[in-house]
Design a protein around this ligand. Structure first.
Ligand SMILES: *Cc1c(COP(=O)(O)O)cnc(C)c1O
Length: 224
């Protein structure tokens, strides 16, 4: 497993407008550092305890994106340093992020997570829920979060037609929200979709951010 070679191989296939998030969940700090030394700066993590255990010993300019399901009572642990929370799936969690960001005198970037997988009931909003959220007074009064786009997980399967449909759906949700709520907001620009198995398809369907773990760091030691 050569992390540097893996990163270079993937980077070489990415168009300039697509960012690579190196998904380092469950991996030890040394492996993240190896990726950092190869030039990688964006990392994705799913578990709060795992992340706060390794973050203090890592370089301060590593940017962490939280991509796993986040419990309200754990937001406070990551609010001081997290670069982006991609897995916002309720108004309740968004309120808590806003509150903890304020306590830290920060504005935290967020993505809205949509449920797009056809064979799986993953966490995430549907379009109606988000339209309602974005119209709410509660959202409009939030000063310490910035919504930068959308995120979605495709189905786990090797049915590439299905992945493509799911990613098309997320892109069309992004386009609709952009037109309806964020037309003049340049920060709303991210479509985070695509993993090791299917990031090329995701890019063809409009991804701006691919989240790749296994193809960089190898298999993880647990069943998901
Ligand atoms: C684990 C994970 C990934 C990366 O998956 P790989 O198949 O290892 O590339 C991407 N996104 C999310 C939300 C994840 O939990």
């Amino acid at each position: 497993m050569n992390i540097k070679e893996n990163l270079e191989k993937i980077q070489a296939t990415l168009p300039a407008h697509v960012n690579l998030i190196a998904v380092s969940k469950t991996k030890p700090a040394e492996m993240l550092l190896e990726a950092y030394e190869a030039g990688q700066r964006l990392f994705g993590e799913n578990y709060v305890q795992d992340l706060i255990g390794k973050q203090p010993e890592l370089p301060a300019d590593m940017e962490f994106h939280f991509i796993g399901h986040l419990q309200t009572n754990k937001v406070k642990y990551i609010a001081p340093f997290i670069a982006c929370i991609q897995s916002v799936d309720s108004l309740k969690i968004l309120k808590e992020i806003n509150k903890q960001a304020a306590k830290n005198d920060r504005v935290i970037d967020c993505l809205l997570e949509f449920s797009i997988a056809e064979n799986d009931s993953k966490f995430g909003f549907n379009l109606d829920e988000v339209q309602e959220l974005l119209k709410s007074e509660s959202y409009q009064s939030m000063q310490n979060i910035r919504i930068c786009g959308v995120m979605g997980m495709g189905s786990f399967s090797d049915d590439t037609d299905r992945s493509r449909r799911e990613y098309k759906k997320l892109k069309s949700i992004f386009d609709q929200l952009k037109a309806e709520f964020f037309a003049s907001d340049e920060s709303f620009k991210e479509v985070s979709m695509g993993m090791s198995a299917d990031y090329q398809i995701a890019i063809e369907e409009g991804s701006t951010m691919v989240r790749v773990g296994t193809d960089i760091f190898g298999e993880r030691n647990y069943k998901e």
